[in-house]
Ligand binder design. Structure first.
Ligand SMILES: *[C@@H]1O[C@H](CO)[C@@H](O)[C@H](O)[C@H]1NC(C)=O
Ligand SMILES: *[C@@H]1O[C@H](CO)[C@@H](O)[C@H](O)[C@H]1NC(C)=O
Ligand SMILES: *[C@@H]1O[C@H](CO)[C@@H](O)[C@H](O)[C@H]1NC(C)=O
Ligand SMILES: *[C@@H]1O[C@H](CO)[C@@H](O)[C@H](O)[C@H]1NC(C)=O
Ligand SMILES: *[C@@H]1O[C@H](CO)[C@@H](O)[C@H](O)[C@H]1NC(C)=O
Length: 304
């Protein structure tokens, strides 16, 4: 059999980059509709009323994977953020990315004061309806993962006042979700009062290898928009996959078009696999994670 030299086009799609889709809507969905159960009626543990206070250390019943680290404990800080290794009394957030030496998840990190008004509370779940709800939500927001939630951590700041603004009420929720090797953060925003204080919402890892700032969360003048912005088309909700694994969803696809000449007939099964592996090795050399998956979308054969 004679092999003719053929010029072949490979269109390869790689799941690597995180492309966050932001949508703005005007629909006034009730905050309670997107919130997971919270408060004493839901069996939450309630933080002491203390300015710049925190929960005590909370041992996690399931470990939480977060961009390559696995945490067994967490703190719910009254000023609107979660930290893992130690509690935080910081009432002035730093701007992400900050390249600090801690992982932080900020529902709305700012100067809150639960002595004046509101309740900060949390609870873990390893069974029940809330877990089913999280499974459904994640599969809706991230199709194709066949995710099953086995653990949830729900932290809620309900109608909490800003420091020295005793009449303000701000409500939001941070939900940590894990199952298998996947983990997610889901943020729900209700009414968020305007504030002149610095604010920050999103997350920032050690050395800022991964971070996200929810748009509009830098300037407290615009912070009330959190209740109607989203990256998952649900006003007031932001969801992030945080286990650090590859291929988050259809939203995370970039295209790469290559032209290559080969004596192999790439339309023969087996040949494409070899070439894909070679392309993968090249891409890994350029710093992409070894776990990337290449999928062949289209192969065209043209005689020279
Ligand atoms: C978002 O919600 C805030 C507060 O409810 C409102 O003032 C603002 O106009 C809304 N923005 C958009 C773009 O719908
Ligand atoms: C924080 O906790 C993680 C996970 O247990 C650990 O790997 C890391 O060394 C800790 N960092 C500090 C600064 O203690
Ligand atoms: C808020 O409450 C504190 C303590 O009750 C009080 O000292 C302070 O004056 C109040 N501030 C405002 C702006 O109402
Ligand atoms: C963060 O950066 C410092 C300084 O470059 C380095 O020593 C440390 O190992 C890094 N930490 C992580 C978790 O990558
Ligand atoms: C926040 O927005 C207000 C209103 O537009 C503006 O006056 C202020 O300078 C902004 N602050 C920052 C830190 O961007």
């Amino acid at each position: 059999m004679r092999l003719s030299q053929v010029s072949q086009h490979l269109l390869v799609f790689i799941s690597v980059l995180s492309l966050e889709i932001i949508t703005w809507t005007n629909s006034a969905v009730s905050a309670q509709a997107i919130f997971y159960p919270f408060g004493s009626s839901a069996g939450d543990t309630i933080n002491a009323a203390a300015d710049d206070g925190s929960s005590t250390v909370i041992p996690l019943s399931n470990p939480f994977p977060f961009f390559g680290r696995t945490y067994q404990q967490i703190y719910v800080n009254n000023n609107g953020h979660l930290t893992f290794n130690q509690s935080s009394s910081a009432f002035v957030p730093y701007s992400f990315p900050a390249s600090r030496s801690q992982d932080v998840i900020a529902g709305l990190w700012t100067d809150l004061d639960n002595r004046q008004r509101g309740v900060v509370s949390y609870r873990q779940y390893t069974s029940g309806n809330v877990l089913t709800r999280a499974t459904q939500d994640i599969n809706t927001h991230f199709p194709n993962l066949n995710f099953i939630a086995s653990w949830l951590f729900v932290a809620t700041w309900d109608k909490v006042a800003y420091f020295n603004l005793n009449n303000t009420e701000t409500s939001f929720q941070v939900v940590l979700i894990s199952g298998g090797h996947f983990s997610f953060i889901l943020m729900n925003y209700g009414d968020i009062a305007v504030t002149g204080q610095p604010v920050q919402a999103g997350y920032d890892t050690i050395n800022s290898t991964h971070y996200f700032v929810i748009p509009g969360s830098i300037n407290g003048s615009f912070i009330s928009n959190l209740r109607n912005s989203s990256n998952v088309k649900v006003p007031g909700r932001w969801v992030f996959r945080v286990d650090g694994g590859p291929g988050n969803s259809k939203n995370n696809v970039i295209g790469l078009k290559m032209r290559l000449s080969s004596f192999l007939d790439l339309t023969q099964s087996g040949s494409t696999e070899i070439v894909l592996q070679q392309i993968k090795q090249e891409l890994v050399k350029y710093g992409l994670p070894n776990s990337i998956e290449l999928k062949l979308r289209k192969l065209q054969k043209t005689k020279l």
